[in-house]
Design a protein around this ligand. Structure first.
Ligand SMILES: Nc1ncnc2c1ncn2[C@@H]1O[C@H](COP(=O)(O)OP(=O)(O)OP(=O)(O)O)[C@@H](O)[C@H]1O
Length: 262
């Protein structure tokens, strides 16, 4: 692993806090430059809880009970709100899987992406619009100029998901955190979109991606390393090839068996 670490998750523990006890962690995971790490597990394993912790979107009553999330020598769990605001969505981009929940229904999508960009970079409206147009083209939105002024409900699920991907990548982030970024897209589009996210990550020396997914086929194709979660616990953390050749735990073997055919 490279000396430099882009994002260092140390001994992270989260308490779900609901009626049904759920604890996540401890998680130790360092993302190296250009690395794509998959976080995999069955439904309810804690993938989204981890992503929400990393993106500071935990809902009550869930709470972090210990550990650190270190980005450029700052523990984000202790960072001042102002610093956090400048990092979130800017240096650390998020790609979620529920476009209609993530996008504002009453604002044209181009404006929404431009607003994210202008919150982090000193650009005029016209400059931001130009960059969003380039990003819409890059994420494969057809007729991107016209789509800038569309409202979310005017877009198909697949198109809206591409807008969400544009939001995650528009600020040229160092870390991309993606939670099932291609859920709801058909299989050929899934591959295209993942290839785009992959090439974006690999296009800059100092960028890393954490990709939460249930789909081991995606992991096999795109991830360098895999973290297997089961009921909130890390049961294996290995280079992808090793895991596929020689899974060490029943949980991994079951996930691999379920994904056979990919
Ligand atoms: N943002 C959040 N804030 C608070 N609790 C959360 C959050 N996201 C998930 N949880 C809780 O974490 C627990 C683990 O579920 P989680 O959604 O993380 O599993 P998952 O592995 O992402 O499953 P799936 O593949 O079905 O999305 C559940 O009790 C869930 O309600």
């Amino acid at each position: 692993m490279a000396d430099h670490i882009v994002l260092d998750i140390r001994d992270l523990r989260v308490d779900g806090g609901g009626d049904r006890p759920f604890t996540l962690g401890p998680i130790d995971l360092a993302l190296a430059p250009q690395e794509i790490v998959g976080v995999v597990g069955d439904s309810g394993a804690g993938k989204s809880l981890l992503v929400s912790t990393l993106t500071h979107t935990l809902r009550d009553p869930a709470a972090v009970t210990g550990g650190q999330i270190v980005f450029e020598d700052e523990d984000l769990l202790k960072a001042e709100p102002k610093l956090l605001q400048s990092i979130r969505g800017g240096r650390i981009g998020f790609i979620g899987s529920n476009p209609h929940g993530l996008l504002h229904p009453m604002l044209p999508v181009g404006r929404q992406v431009a607003n994210v960009l202008r919150a982090h970079k000193p650009l005029s409206k016209a400059e931001a619009r130009e960059q969003v147009l380039e990003m819409f083209t890059a994420v494969g939105i057809p007729d991107p100029l016209r789509r800038l002024d569309a409202y979310p409900h005017e877009l198909s699920g697949g198109m809206a998901q591409r807008v969400v991907i544009a939001v995650g990548l528009i600020c040229d982030p160092d870390v991309v955190i993606a939670d099932e970024p291609t859920a709801g897209l058909d299989v050929t589009i899934q591959a295209q979109v993942l290839e785009l996210i992959e090439s974006t990550v690999r296009s800059r020396e100092n960028r890393a991606l954490l990709l939460a997914t249930r789909d081991l086929g995606i992991v096999a194709r795109f991830c360098d390393r895999v973290v297997i979660l089961d009921a909130g616990e890390v049961v294996e953390q290995r280079p992808t090839g090793e895991l596929f050749r020689d899974p060490e735990t029943d949980v991994s073997r079951a996930l691999l068996a379920a994904s056979r055919g990919f």
